[in-house]
Design a protein around this ligand. Structure first.
Ligand code: FAD
Length: 274
């Protein structure tokens, strides 16, 4: 199928983009890499009256290291993240996950901001943002606000973004010598969305553990994090997976997803590195 008719705008400034998105009657939507939005339009799952292309917005570009924090513009593509020495050195968890996201063609166009705004519960970047305790810089016509990753993901493809708001950038903590990171995902084929996956950031004894592909959003389990942080062996800590409402679908039942999440967790912890 082809997408229904839509109006296309390519603003030159953030202010122009926000004005173009503010027209609620047109159901305007931002366009980033188009790797999810264009198929969604072709399948008529999304039907925006206006597409606002973010390609020319300088505010949404670039990777800037500033002391203990690194700022990644929302329009930064996966391929640019993979090529960045700053990302490899300061954000090893992102570097670990990138080869698992789709394929080269999609990584050449897809953006970190598009993935976070879409909030696919099986996507890697939302879980990584959660594990790292990221903060999102969000702009709307009312001004700029910051949203913690813990408050951002609110359900199945649902976020704290209001109509007309844009993710401008993501702020992430730079890795320090007392950090270690783990990542593992289980898929049917390499490059597929994960059946179950986990991203882990440890600082000293404290673990932030974010699962993906297993629930309606990227998921932290407080009791599990506390147990692992207290030194409980993974096999014993798995009891804390019992209370979660694990996704069950045609690919894996809820019980299988719980089991796969436990396997991913064990492998990620076994492979933790600075
Ligand atoms: C075959 C295939 C396999 C894939 N496999 C994976 C995978 O394994 N893992 C994975 O994570 N992803 C996967 N993807 C999705 C891919 O990562 C997308 O690139 C990503 O989800 C969306 O990024 P995008 O830049 O293309 O966003 P777009 O498709 O342009 O936009 C996605 C959504 O976000 C909104 N949006 C975009 N930018 C912003 C912004 N700055 N502020 C607010 N809203 C915004 C858009 O309006 C739209 O609703 C796959 C895609 C395909 C086609």
């Amino acid at each position: 199928m082809k997408a229904p008719d839509f109006e296309y705008q390519r603003p030159a400034t953030l202010a122009q983009a926000l004005a173009a998105l503010a027209d609620a009657d047109l159901d305007a939507m931002p366009l980033a890499g188009g790797q999810s939005l264009m198929p969604m339009m072709n399948f008529r799952v999304a039907n925006p009256g206006r597409l606002v292309d973010l390609a020319d917005l300088a505010d949404l570009r670039g990777i800037t290291r500033n002391g203990a924090t690194i700022r990644i513009g929302a329009m930064t593509r996966y391929a640019e993240l993979a090529a960045s020495a700053d990302v490899r050195e300061a954000l090893p968890l992102i570097a670990m996950a990138l080869p698992h996201i789709a394929h080269d063609a999609i990584r050449n166009r897809g953006t970190i901001g598009g993935s976070l705004a879409l909030a696919d519960p099986a996507a890697e970047m939302p879980a990584i943002a959660l594990a790292l305790g990221a903060t999102f810089e969000v702009a709307g016509q009312g001004g700029v606000r910051r949203i913690a990753a813990d408050d951002f993901f609110q359900g199945y493809y649902d976020t704290a973004l209001e109509q007309g708001e844009l993710i401008v950038a993501i702020h992430l903590p730079v890795a320090t010598p007392d950090h270690a990171f783990g990542f593992h995902e289980l898929t049917q084929r390499h490059g597929d969305y994960a059946l179950a996956g986990v991203a882990i950031a440890r600082k000293g004894p404290d673990h932030r553990i974010a699962f993906f592909g297993v629930a309606d959003r990227p998921l932290r389990i407080t009791a599990l994090e506390k147990a692992i942080s207290a030194g409980t062996p993974v096999q014993d800590a798995l009891t804390h997976l019992a209370d979660v409402d694990w996704t069950g679908d045609l690919k894996a039942s809820s019980a299988t997803r719980q089991r796969l999440a436990g396997v991913a967790l064990g492998r990620a912890i076994g492979g933790m590195r600075p």
